[in-house]
Design a protein around this ligand. Structure first.
Ligand SMILES: [Mn+2]
Length: 310
């Protein structure tokens, strides 16, 4: 059975503590459990104090059959950031703007060039989603058609090659829309004049949503993920970009959503988010899955964030 781990963002000490707490131990450079395996939800890089160790631990587990992993938007963004634009000289597929550089700076500073190249080669191997029959894992949103579009493009263009990334970073291209939805989650435009400020101080006009729930009857305040009681309490449009997830489908695990530092609990009986904001003084969180159809609050395991090292 599987222990699914949420966004780590360079918090290696917490990762080691979480693995140890769940009975994993390091043997010949790889953390293993006698009977269980890990699934990582992506977002290994950016922000935290020890990104190289996080990638080393996760990669060694993945390459030794002790873990599986899906790609997060930060791994996708890193690949695009370091892939030259084939048509624009001296440009990259993810623009080297101040905002994008700020988001990626810890990764740039902590890796040597050789380590970064090796890490990117591993990121290229990560699938967009895993469907293991009795459980599913994706970084942000289980959009079956989007996952299929990404997998089709991998088959035709190769695994996160320059050709793949060129289409996947071109707004309006079906592959761009698929990656946005699957790895970043659908977003809902706020009413005119309403904005929110994200954790990095960026003013945003769109919010992340409870894509798995039908939008009918939801308000701006209730439909956000996480919910934001400061937003208007008026009903949202019924054509919000939802991806309703039926209650009889297998449990799906996501990361990505920076949930507040509350006690981890399923979002619905068959949906759980494992991102409890370790990179913002929250928790690194896992779920110990034993095949249950209805997820259980007492299967979550969390370790608190340590202070970032200077
Ligand atoms: Mn993410």
């Amino acid at each position: 059975m599987f222990d699914i781990i949420g966004d780590i963002h360079g918090h290696a000490d917490e990762l080691v503590e979480l693995l140890t707490k769940m009975g994993y131990s390091e043997q010949s450079g790889c953390f293993r459990h006698p009977t269980r395996r890990v699934i990582f939800c992506g977002d290994f890089v950016d922000r935290g104090p020890n990104i190289p160790d996080v990638v080393r631990i996760a990669r060694s587990m993945a390459e030794s059959d002790a873990a599986l992993a899906v790609m997060g938007n930060h791994e996708f963004n890193a690949l695009a950031y370091h892939t030259p634009d084939p048509v624009a000289p001296n440009q990259f597929l993810r623009v080297h703007s101040k905002k994008n550089e700020r988001q990626h700076i810890q990764t740039l500073q902590q890796f040597t060039d050789a380590e970064l190249t090796t890490a990117l080669e591993w990121f290229r191997t990560l699938p967009p989603a895993l469907d293991l029959g009795n459980l599913r894992v994706v970084h942000a949103c289980w959009h079956a058609a989007g996952i299929e579009t990404i997998n089709d493009s991998i088959r035709s263009d190769g695994r996160f090659t320059a050709a793949f990334l060129t289409d996947a970073t071109a707004p309006g291209h079906p592959l761009f829309e698929a990656v946005e939805c699957v790895m970043k989650g659908p977003e809902l435009a706020l009413p005119d004049g309403v904005t929110v400020t994200d954790k990095e101080g960026n003013v945003r006009r769109r919010i992340r949503i409870r894509w798995f729930d039908e939008p009918t009857g939801e308000t701006w305040a209730s439909y956000g993920l996480p919910a934001n009681p400061g937003l208007p309490g008026e009903p949202i449009s019924s054509n919000a970009p939802a991806v309703p997830y039926s209650s009889d489908e297998p449990p799906v695990f996501v990361g990505h959503y920076w949930l507040p530092h509350a006690t981890p609990t399923p979002l619905r009986p068959n949906i759980a988010c494992l991102d409890y904001s370790v990179a913002k003084h929250g928790f690194l969180c896992a779920y110990r899955f034993d095949g249950e159809r209805s997820l259980l609050a007492d299967h979550f395991v969390a370790v608190p964030a340590r202070e970032a090292k200077p």
